[in-house]
Structures are given as structure tokens and as C-alpha cells.
Ligand binder design. Structure first.
Ligand SMILES: O=c1ccn([C@@H]2O[C@H](COP(=O)(O)OP(=O)(O)O[C@H]3O[C@H](CO)[C@@H](O)[C@H](O)[C@H]3O)[C@@H](O)[C@H]2O)c(=O)[nH]1
Ligand SMILES: [Mn+2]
Length: 588
């Protein structure tokens, strides 16, 4: 009986849909009236040869056109706000669940505190998923000794933490966050005094773990190297640390990966790191699904993997479409690892879900490995030479693609096996990508073209016909840190806008490249992001020109007695009330 019940469901937010569409109609009509006014005024100015007025009028008109253009691009994302619900309790038994590889990226222990990174890793290991089907990979782009030693400590601590979380169904798998809150005891399964004793014991272990990290940081240099060989170690199978084999069997796999970096070779930032993880993990666990996490985004709900599977495993969703889904309800916190929530952007994601899915936003998403390998694009009879041109020289990696997600290791093969180690070193080497299709448009892995690798990769996957989905459960699945100083924020935003402009100004512009490959509504959504930096021009003009001319007694707007005054007032009020509404919805 249970089996016939759907594992997910969706509905359109009808009230939002009606309000959004009505607003689009009224605001659009008012904008047309505004353009009519500007054009007729401009014609008059030209006819009267009023040169003093011409320049400010043209500038104001340009800024109004820019704002209207961005407004128009934002409309499809409001057209059909969709909400999804999932029913993880209806999933098939654990033995039928597919395995998952979790990728956590870190780059620099002096900027990304080691304790925070390890908390993210530990929270991923504490996901409520069959341990033999969960594999956590930490990419250390700095190749730092601090991170390498810290992950070993994290493994030792997690051998106690993960069973504790499982036993008491702990909801916050991130220990730092768990001990900050007052998560109450067991749901009646174990006596609460036993829980209190065990909680105290594990808290003591956590304090010891923290001390050990502090000691490592104090003793070891946190500087990162841009010139180091690849280093890959399966932490959970490291020699000399198998004190309690019984426990380890019920633990997820934990792997440390520092790819090779050489000053002469481009490393392609996070996209480069993720592609190395894709290759290395294909050799080890080769899971069909991948969860990508930034090092400062911890899992706040251990059931997120099962929730994501409710979308991925639905034959209705994956039959006609190939699918990748994001499961992101990332919450910006004002302090590092804290419970403060600020959700301001996500109503738009619901709207995008009503099209063919939201844009990829870098972290907190579950994606199909197949989407990144791009194997669907190859003919059945493609020869090895072609495959090597695309995927690089590793035969083992190519075999893994066609192994139908069967894990390569570890039972029959030891991780210290020389041949495997050699292969892993090759796949993590900095020259492996050269002359292959890795990172190139339309082919393999995360795309290198723009510094916003998330946006550009998602854009390409959507162009190829993949769809994405957005799930916003009531409990935030992931929580994380965001820049808290103006300086950090400016650096981050500058990087984003440089990346988005790179795409907007190239032949990959969503309004050219996208229009030819995806529905117009979806390319408009991508264009809204790509062209959003145009705001700066409109805002500068509007912040300077009208005031400057008002001082000289010249108004660039209709007088109160003019019927067009109503039009301008309406546009002002409607734009403001709509943005206040979006903000309110987003922060609810
Ligand atoms: O060469 C690099 C640079 C960064 N990272 C990691 O990538 C993640 C994101 O980098 P960060 O500098 O924190 O960028 P943010 O602006 O905070 O990240 C947002 O924007 C990025 C795109 O610019 C996306 O990749 C991220 O997922 C998204 O959260 C972090 O975990 C880093 O450790 C690397 O692994 N290697
Ligand atoms: Mn970040």
C-alpha cells in the first residue's frame, strides 16, 4: 500500500501566482505609458532644439530603460511559484538507496577556520544515510598540513559522534552548532539519564577534539602552498588507527584529497578542485549522486540526503527528463556557526522551479554524476581514442564511467594498492586536464570559463536539457556563514559580478547562446543574473542627474498637475511595494 504512495508532490502557490501576474500586467502597462511620455517629451525637446535639456533627458531615459529591462527579465521567475514536498518515510529500504559522495572544498586554513571546516565534514558524516553508501571527500586546495592533521582528528572524534547522533537521532549533526543549542534528549527510546551521561561524555570528547585542533594550528604553519604534489589519503583506512574495527564498519568513508598545484599550471579555482574530486571519487566510491558543500556550509538536517532522493528516485521526474536537483535552503548567518537566519533570495528560486529549475548556486545541492560526466552525449559505439580525448588518459577512469556506478574499491582492493595509488596521483595531477574536455563548455565536469563556475555550469547543464529542482523544507537543510565585514562582502560581490559579466559579454550570453538552447523564459532568468550589474549605471545616473538639475530649477519629471504624474507615482509605488513583499516572503 505504502509503495504506491508518491514520494514527492508539488503545487503552485496560486495566490502568489495571481498577485505576481496582475502586478506584471499593471506595472508593464504603466511602464509603457512612461516610455510614451519620455518619447513625446524627447521629440518636443529635439523639435525645440532645447540642447540643455537633451543630455539629462536622454540619460534619465537610458536609466529607466535599463531598470525596465532588468524588471522584464525578472518576470519569468515570478510566473509560476512552485512548492515541493517530499515524503522520505515512503522511500524504499536502505538496501535500495543509491550511494552518495559528498564533496567538501576548502582552500586556505588561515581564512577558513579549521574547526569550522571539520564541523562541516563531521556533519556530512552524520547524515542519516546507510554508512556504506556515504562517502565524504575533503578537497584541500592549499595542500596544508594543518588540514591534513585536523581531518585525522576529526575522524577520531566522529567515530564517537556519528554513533551518538544515530543512537539519539540527533537533528544537528554539526557538533559546534549542537552544543550551542539546547537540543533536547532522545525521543523516548533510551532513558534520558543515559542520554545526559552520554551527552556529557561526547561533549568532553568534543572539547578535547577542539583542543587538539588548536594545538595543531599553534604548532603548524597555516600558510598554503601553490607548489605541491598530489596527496590522497583514505583517512578511514589509514594504518595504525584501527582501534575499533567494529565501529568503523558502520562509519562512512572519509577521504582527504589535495590536488597537485604548480605555479605554471592554471588551477581553475573551485571548479578545478571539484573536477579532481569527481575523478578521484570515481576511482574509489563512484556514487551516482553527489552532494557539494562549501567548507562553511554544514548539514543542519541529517535527513537532507533522503529528502533529495525523494526527487531523484521518482521515475516520473527522471523518466522523460534527465534530472539534477538542488536541495538548498542555505541560511546566511551573521556569526560563524550560529542559529541566526536570514532568507531573502529564495522566493525567486520557487519561481524558477516552476520553469525548468533554479540556477546552480555553488553549494548545498545533490547532483547526478552522470550530468557532470556528460556520458549521454556519446554514441554507444564511441571508441577509446575519442573517450581519451574527452576524459583524459586514465583507462581506469574511463572504465569507471561505464561501470554503471559500481564502486571500484574497497572490499576487493586495498587503498594502498600501488596501481590504484598511481592512478589516483595521475587523476589529481595538475596537467591531467590539459588537452581534454574537462571544464570545457558542453562536456565534462564543472566548467572553467567563468569565475562563477556554479552559475556557468548550471547554465550549460540546463542548455543540455537537464532540469533542476528546489526544495525548501521547513527545517533548513544547510546552514552556513556569509561575509560579515564590508571588505569581505565587496571582494565576494566583485568576484561574482566579474564572473557574471564575463558570461554576459561573451558568446555564451544567455540572450544569445541560451535563447537558442532553452525556453525563452529560462534564458531570461539567466540573463537577469548576467545583466544585473547594469543596475550600477542606472543608479548612478538617477542618483546624480535629477538632483543636479533640480538645483538649477529644471525638473525632469512631469508636474503634479500632469496626468503622467500618476504614471510615475504608480511605477514608484508598485516597484517598492513588490520588492517589500518579496523581502517579507523571503524572511518569513
Ligand atoms: O581555489 C579555490 C577557491 C575556493 N575554493 C572553495 O570554494 C568554496 C567557495 O569559495 P568562497 O571563496 O567561499 O566563495 P563564496 O563567494 O563564498 O562562494 C559562493 O560563490 C562561489 C562562486 O563564485 C560558489 O562556488 C560557492 O559555492 C558560493 O557559495 C570554499 O569552500 C573554498 O574553500 C576552492 O576549493 N578552491
Ligand atoms: Mn564562502
Amino acid at each position: 500500500m505504502e509503495k504506491s504512495l508518491p514520494i514527492n508532490d508539488w503545487h503552485v502557490r496560486k495566490t502568489h501566482l495571481v498577485i505576481n501576474r496582475l502586478h506584471a500586467f499593471l506595472h508593464g502597462t504603466a511602464l509603457l505609458a512612461l516610455f510614451y511620455y519620455r518619447l513625446t517629451s524627447l521629440t518636443e525637446i529635439i523639435e525645440n532644439k532645447d540642447t540643455a535639456l537633451l543630455l539629462p533627458y536622454v540619460l534619465i531615459f537610458i536609466s529607466e530603460l535599463i531598470l525596465s529591462f532588468i524588471w522584464l527579465l525578472s518576470q519569468p521567475s515570478k510566473w509560476k511559484p512552485t512548492v515541493r514536498t517530499v515524503y522520505p518515510e515512503r522511500l524504499p529500504g536502505d538496501e535500495k538507496l543509491p550511494s552518495i559522495d559528498v564533496f567538501v572544498c576548502t582552500a586556505d586554513p588561515s581564512k577558513e577556520p579549521c574547526l569550522e571546516v571539520m564541523n562541516t565534514v563531521i556533519s556530512a558524516m552524520a547524515l542519516d544515510y546507510p554508512p556504506d553508501k556515504l562517502h565524504v571527500y575533503l578537497s584541500d586546495d592549499g595542500g596544508s598540513l594543518v588540514t591534513f592533521q585536523a581531518i585525522k582528528q576529526a575522524w577520531r572524534f566522529s567515530k564517537f559522534w556519528v554513533p551518538f547522533c544515530r543512537k539519539y537521532k540527533v537533528k544537528i549533526g554539526c557538533p559546534e552548532a549542537y552544543f550551542l543549542t539546547d537540543e533536547s534528549g532522545p525521543d523516548g527510546k533510551c532513558s534520558s539519564s543515559q542520554f545526559v551521561i552520554e551527552k556529557k561524555a561526547i561533549q568532553k570528547r568534543y572539547e578535547e577534539f577542539k583542543d587538539s585542533l588548536e594545538e595543531i594550528v599553534a604548532k603548524t604553519t597555516t600558510s598554503v602552498s601553490r607548489d605541491h604534489p598530489p596527496a590522497i589519503e583514505v583517512i578511514s583506512h589509514a594504518n595504525g588507527d584501527r582501534t575499533d574495527t567494529d565501529k568503523e564498519e558502520h562509519m562512512p568513508l572519509l577521504v582527504y584529497v589535495a590536488r597537485e598545484k604548480r605555479p605554471s599550471q592554471p588551477h581553475n579555482f573551485k571548479a578545478g578542485a571539484l573536477n579532481v574530486l569527481l575523478r578521484v571519487s570515481a576511482m574509489i566510491s563512484n556514487s551516482p549522486y553527489i552532494l557539494v558543500l562549501d567548507c562553511d556550509m554544514y548539514c543542519n538536517d541529517p535527513s537532507s540526503a533522503r529528502q533529495a532522493m525523494c526527487l531523484h528516485l521518482d521515475p516520473k521526474l527522471s523518466q522523460s527528463w534527465d534530472l539534477f536537483s538542488f536541495h538548498r535552503n542555505f541560511t546566511t548567518s551573521v556569526k560563524r556557526i550560529s542559529m541566526m537566519e536570514l532568507r531573502y533570495i529564495w522566493p525567486r528560486w520557487e519561481g524558477l522551479d516552476g520553469l525548468r529549475g533554479p540556477v546552480l548556486s555553488g553549494t548545498c545541492f545533490y547532483i547526478k554524476r552522470e550530468a557532470l560526466h556528460g556520458t549521454k552525449k556519446f554514441q554507444e559505439d564511441v571508441d577509446l581514442v575519442q573517450l581519451k580525448k574527452c576524459f583524459g588518459t586514465s583507462n581506469e577512469f574511463i572504465k569507471s564511467i561505464y561501470r554503471n556506478y559500481k564502486p571500484n574499491c574497497p572490499k576487493e582492493r586495498s587503498f594502498s594498492d600501488d596501481a590504484l595509488q598511481k592512478e589516483l596521483q595521475l587523476l589529481a595531477s595538475c596537467r591531467y586536464d590539459n588537452d581534454t574536455k574537462w571544464g570545457k563548455r558542453q562536456v565534462v565536469g564543472f566548467r572553467y570559463f567563468a569565475v562563477v563556475e556554479d552559475y556557468f555550469t548550471g547554465f550549460n547543464l540546463h542548455c543540455e536539457g537537464w532540469i533542476s529542482m528546489y526544495l525548501q523544507p521547513s527545517r533548513s537543510a544547510f546552514l552556513g556563514a556569509s561575509p560579515i565585514s564590508l571588505n569581505e562582502l565587496l571582494v565576494q560581490n566583485t568576484r561574482w559580478y566579474v564572473g557574471l559579466n564575463q558570461v554576459a559579454m561573451s558568446r555564451f550570453s544567455p540572450l544569445v547562446y541560451g535563447l537558442l538552447r532553452m525556453p525563452i523564459s529560462q534564458s531570461m532568468c539567466y540573463a537577469e543574473f548576467a545583466y544585473s550589474s547594469l543596475y550600477f549605471l542606472a543608479l548612478y545616473i538617477l542618483a546624480v542627474i535629477p538632483q543636479l538639475f533640480l538645483v538649477r530649477g529644471i525638473s525632469l519629471y512631469p508636474e503634479v498637475s500632469s496626468p503622467f504624474f500618476v504614471v510615475f507615482s504608480f511605477v514608484f509605488l508598485s516597484a517598492n511595494s513588490m520588492s517589500k513583499r518579496s523581502f517579507r516572503l523571503g524572511t518569513q
